[in-house]
Design a protein around this ligand. Structure first.
Ligand code: NAD
Length: 252
């Protein structure tokens, strides 16, 4: 029987590639994003089961959306908690609004979506799998992204703790840590970084490539393939891990 896979932030970039990869592997994919339009458009693009609106920062929306997926589609077997945001500034110029924006989506969004899906896993009693999208910036502090980095380090702490608490319930929780991935988020970051560093966008991109031993920008598909693996039985003895998918930018 094919699995029901719920993906947050499925409307763009890594989430969309992950949705496509799960669908190609034969899973029934529910695409969630900020708006129903974005979610439904993603589901249509990848031949998914459905689209659903879920702002991961809004507790009542997350609770309602997870319950609705279970009611309509019978169960959730896999959650890819992927929704994330960033903005760039020198650390001393960060406002509380910058901090809250990043923490609300990147850390609180992972907490809320994971919590609701784990409750469902426990009620169903058949285990389950979660893959959270963390970051290279979960492993090393990223300049001009101090608040983002802090929110992504939080994802690793949460992932490890949840994995330890629920291993006994047959629930595995891992994270992927992507590097410099060509997505709309990266396009925005390249423009900000060029401005902040006084260099051209092309120089920023060259700098990313120069830092990458495998010698190119990462694709969303490079990440999606590892997400699908982590959610598969091939990864049955892996939990609490933050797997680097960076082309070698970060190696421990
Ligand atoms: N692009 C990179 O280089 C890179 C590197 C490391 C980690 N990441 C992480 O990968 C994930 C996906 O990033 P991406 O590059 O595909 O970005 P993206 O901007 O292309 O896509 C992010 C998606 O998340 C959705 N989203 C934003 N706020 C949301 C909210 N409150 N509720 C629900 N959905 C929301 C957006 O609508 C969008 O569809 C993020 O968690 C990001 O931090 C990206």
């Amino acid at each position: 029987m094919s699995r029901v896979v719920l993906i947050t932030g499925a409307g763009s970039g890594i989430g969309l590639a992950s949705a496509r990869a799960f669908a190609a592997a034969g899973d029934q994919v529910v695409c969630a994003d900020l708006t129903l339009e974005a979610a439904e458009a993603a589901a249509e693009k990848i031949g998914g089961l459905a689209g659903i609106a879920m702002d991961v920062t809004d507790e009542s929306q997350v609770v309602t959306a997870v319950a609705e997926v279970v009611r309509k589609h019978g169960r959730i077997d896999v959650l890819h908690a992927n929704a994330g945001v960033s903005n760039m500034k020198p650390a001393v110029e960060l406002s509380v609004a910058d901090w809250d924006f990043n923490f609300n989506v990147n850390a609180k969004g992972v907490f809320l979506s994971n919590r609701e899906v784990v409750k469902h896993f426990l009620a169903r009693g058949e285990g389950g799998v979660i893959v959270n999208t963390a970051s290279l910036a979960s492993k090393v502090g990223a300049p001009l992204l101090a608040h983002y980095s802090a929110s992504k380090f939080a994802v690793i702490g949460w992932t490890q703790a949840l994995a330890r608490e629920h291993a006994k319930d047959g629930i595995r929780v891992n994270a992927v840590c992507p590097g410099f991935v060509k997505t709309p988020m990266q396009d925005r970051e390249v423009a900000w970084e060029a401005e902040l560093r006084g260099i051209t966008p092309e120089q920023v991109i060259q700098d990313y490539v120069d830092q990458t031993p495998l010698g190119r920008l990462e694709t969303a598909e490079d990440v999606a393939d590892v997400v699908v693996f982590l959610a598969s039985d091939g990864a049955r003895f892996m939990t609490g891990q933050g797997i680097n998918v960076t082309g070698g930018v970060y190696m421990t």
